[in-house]
Ligand binder design. Structure first.
Ligand code: CO8
Length: 258
């Protein structure tokens, strides 16, 4: 299905979405977010796809929500239209593993979108920021919440209250990104990681993701109980048997997502 604001392709078992509004630095217009939601839905439904990668251009992952589109909205336009909540969070609700490959600006909604992914891989050119306060508003899609959990209160406050942008190196030190790579290698390095995850059993990767995410939503005791239940459930999988047999027999496992 052709999209106006994104490019979509598959690389083996990896679904790749490239945000593509170069003239607006991939500002997240309603059209782009609608396209992104549809592409993510399609990859989630495709049993051949194990991992989803979202990336932007060299200059910008995304420079935030489209300010020109938002500028004239009233409170009731935002409230009654359920501005942001309906479609924008789709990346954060994917059940398959997701990676954001970020080069250049990841600002406002762009930073929030990256933080919805399970893993952020950053080019050394990446810049992360929540500059909403400089245009008289606040982050609207998890910025005050996810950023605080990822980098701690003081750095999150600094970013949200001043609009200060964090470099890729600082973001790696702070725990916002998993890895920084040279800009020219961003996609290759990200796809290597995606391929590695895609070579695992899909249900086990999905269960792993569910457990890690649970740590944000529960007490330690409840999270550990949840993890144990899921761990026990892997013993019902053919892939668990295959993985352990392959280890014992000193061969590569052949996972069948069962
Ligand atoms: N919205 C609309 N257009 C944009 C945006 C944006 N966020 N960012 C850049 N553009 C456009 C510019 O208007 C310009 O277009 P034109 O040539 O027609 O004037 C073009 O992209 C290139 O931009 P610049 O000329 O400004 O490029 P520079 O290299 O000089 O500067 C910056 C790059 C620093 C990124 C600068 O463009 C900038 O500050 N952009 C705005 C950043 C910002 O404030 N983002 C936060 C927006 S608010 C928000 O995201 C709320 C989140 C809501 C939830 C979202 C859920 C996912």
């Amino acid at each position: 299905m052709p999209y106006e604001n994104i490019q979509v392709e598959t690389r083996g078992r990896v679904g790749l979405v490239r945000l593509n509004r170069p003239k607006a630095l991939n500002a997240l217009s309603d059209g782009l977010v609608t396209d992104l939601q549809a592409a993510l839905d399609a990859f989630e439904d495709d049993p051949e796809i194990h991992v989803i990668v979202v990336t932007g251009s060299e200059k910008a992952f995304a420079a935030g929500a489209d300010i020109k589109e938002m500028a004239d909205k009233s409170h009731m336009d935002a409230y009654l239209g359920d501005f942001i909540t309906r479609k924008w969070g789709r990346l954060g609700t994917c059940r398959k593993p997701t990676i954001a490959a970020v080069a250049g600006y990841a600002l406002g909604g762009g930073c929030e979108l990256a933080m919805m992914a399970d893993i952020i891989i950053a080019a050394d050119t990446a810049k992360f920021g929540q500059p909403e306060i400089t245009i008289g508003t606040i982050p609207g899609s998890g910025g005050t919440q996810r950023l605080t959990r990822l980098v701690g209160k003081s750095k999150a406050m600094l970013m949200c209250l001043t609009g200060w942008q964090m470099t890729a190196e600082e973001a790696e030190r702070a725990g916002l990104v998993a890895k920084v790579v040279p800009a020219a290698d961003l996609l290759d390095e990200t796809l290597k990681i995606a391929d590695r995850i895609a070579s695992m059993s899909l249900p086990v990767a999905m269960m792993t993701k569910e457990c890690v995410n649970r740590s944000y939503e529960s007490t330690l005791a409840e999270g550990i109980l949840f993890e144990r239940r899921v761990f026990h459930s892997t013993f019902g999988l053919e892939d668990r048997k295959e993985g352990m047999s392959a280890f014992v027999e000193k061969r590569q496992p052949n996972f069948r997502d069962r």
